[in-house]
Every structure is written in structure tokens, then in C-alpha cells.
Design a protein around this ligand. Structure first.
Ligand SMILES: [Zn+2]
Length: 106
């Protein structure tokens, strides 16, 4: 596993294995976040804030990106949903019917 340079507030720059760094993304785009590592000199668990460039550098260095949390919300669209939408959009009054049931017969 490749080593990467990170900064401990007490020890300064130290090298840690990429698999010893855990990355968490935050925000709506996940472009910022935090990363945690155990300092190889003092043994402290260090939490650092990561901006977009830092996150990119960590991932490029071999840190495993976090698995996105399950997205809550409506179920994903199915082929049947898309077929119904396509049928709806083929009608002249689709805009008026958009709030209604697309499966409703004309
Ligand atoms: Zn340290």
C-alpha cells in the first residue's frame, strides 16, 4: 500500500499507509470532508478537514473513497415508468396531464 504524507498537529509531516487513512465526505456534492489517521510518531488519532484538492490527492494516493450512504427518497425509475412517461410526452396535452396519473387512459 503506498504511503502518503499527512500532517499531525504535534509532529508535523508524517508518512502513513493509504489504508490507514479513512476518508469521510460531507456536503451535498461530497467535494469536502474529513480524514482520520493514526499518527505513526505520537500515536494520536488525527482528524483533518479536507477540501476538494485534498480529497482528490488522498484518493489518487490510494485512500479508498467512502461508499456513499444509501440515498433515501422515491424508488428508482423503472423501464415501465419511462415507457409511461414517453407515452405521456407523445400526447398534445401532456403538460396539463403531468400532475395526473400517466397511466390514465385518454
Ligand atoms: Zn503525531
Amino acid at each position: 500500500m503506498p504511503a502518503l504524507r499527512v500532517a499531525c498537529p504535534d509532529c508535523g509531516n508524517v508518512k502513513v499507509d493509504a489504508d490507514g487513512v479513512s476518508l469521510e465526505r460531507s456536503g451535498t456534492t461530497g467535494s469536502t470532508g474529513t480524514y482520520v489517521f493514526a499518527c505513526p510518531r505520537c500515536g494520536d488519532r488525527v482528524l483533518r478537514i479536507a477540501g476538494p484538492h485534498q480529497i482528490e490527492r488522498l484518493i489518487r494516493s490510494g485512500v479508498t473513497p467512502p461508499v456513499p450512504a444509501a440515498v433515501s427518497g422515491p424508488p428508482p425509475l423503472t423501464t415501465d415508468d419511462l415507457t409511461a412517461l414517453r407515452r405521456l410526452l407523445a400526447t398534445d396535452d401532456w403538460i396539463d396531464r403531468l400532475d395526473g396519473d400517466p397511466e390514465r387512459p385518454e
